[in-house]
Design a protein around this ligand. Structure first.
Ligand code: NDP
Length: 282
């Protein structure tokens, strides 16, 4: 799949939440494949340690601090990027949090989860959109999502119908998220038909998937492809090391999807799992 290399050292990729896990593995893979990669992390020390470990492997990458849940951090990052790079080709919104153990479901940190996994990705994307090179079919955004964020997980038809609207807008996605946060505040979330597993996380990924679709539609024919990818159950901190495969394996597939030849590059697709051909429309 990597036979037809359309990219070069001039191809610039940003990966968020990349000091460990799938984000780190993706940075490593993209650097191995010869792109210029910007590793970002919310914690400077953890980020720099990750950069050093790649440098020791002969894989130099750039670094800048970026906390996607903090608008001033996004602003500082975008300003640094603008003054150091001519344009952007690839954005991977990977940074994410969950405060659940594998078999537990708490919404205690729902606001942080939504702010990081949905609003963080959205605000960063909107801030970087004007900087994309937009050479034909080469600019791409990949949102690292989860199958927990598929519409079938929402059991309440009234809530589900908000995201099913064919003319779905960003306002409707925010309304969906707002309804959830309100139900957490009211203590009614359990009885209202929200997803049953990792509820706050699932809602954040539902919103991210919906945003992927809205953005893909906005840029259809405009030189930016927008897709999302669920890496499957992967052995990282988020799963307390459990999973059916490693972060490197998940990142290898992620890199294949990211680097699809321009002629094969879709938009508005949700890729699920390690077989890159398993994909569904959101
Ligand atoms: P990890 O917990 O290993 O990595 C998450 C990364 O996100 C860390 O680098 C973490 O930084 C960073 N992060 C968290 N909050 C922020 C923030 N506010 N700003 C910037 N970075 C932040 O998890 P994974 O590698 O598993 O997760 C990567 C992505 O994959 C996530 O979006 C997750 O939802 C998704 N995913 C994972 C699955 C799995 O089975 N592992 C399955 C499906 C999807 P720090 O080290 O500072 O905490």
């Amino acid at each position: 799949m990597f036979e037809c290399r359309w990219w070069s050292k001039e191809t610039i990729a940003i990966v968020t939440g990349a000091n460990k896990g799938i984000g780190f593995a993706l940075v490593k893979r993209l650097a191995e494949l010869g792109l210029t990669v910007i590793l970002t992390a919310r914690d400077v020390e953890r980020g720099q340690r990750a950069v050093e470990s790649l440098s020791e492997k002969g894989l130099p990458v750039n670094f800048f601090q970026l906390d996607v849940s903090d608008p001033s951090s996004i602003e500082a990052f975008v300003s640094w990027f603008k003054s150091n790079f001519a344009a952007l080709d690839i954005l991977v919104n990977n940074a994410g949090v969950s405060f659940n153990d594998i078999y537990k479901n708490t919404v205690e940190h729902a606001e942080t989860v939504i702010r990081t996994n949905f609003y963080g990705a959205k605000l960063l994307t909107e801030s970087l959109l004007p900087l994309f090179r937009r050479s034909p079919s080469k600019s791409r955004i990949l949102n690292i999502s989860s199958r927990l964020g598929t519409l079938s997980k929402v059991r309440n038809p009234n809530i589900k119908s908000i995201l099913e609207d064919e003319e779905l807008s960003e306002e409707q996605i925010e309304r969906f998220v707002g309804l959830f946060l309100q139900s957490v505040k009211n203590g009614t979330w359990k009885s209202q038909g929200w997803p049953e597993i990792w509820t706050d996380y699932a809602v954040s990924k539902l919103a991210l998937n919906a945003y992927t679709m809205v953005l893909a539609k906005r840029y259809e024919g405009e030189g930016i492809s927008v897709n999302s990818y669920c890496p499957g159950f992967t052995q990282t901190s988020m799963t307390q090391g459990q999973g059916s495969h490693t972060a490197d394996e998940a990142a290898d597939v992620g890199a294949r999807l990211l680097l699809l030849h321009p002629q094969q590059l879709p938009t508005a697709k949700f890729y699920i799992g390690l077989d890159p051909f398993v994909k569904s429309n959101l």
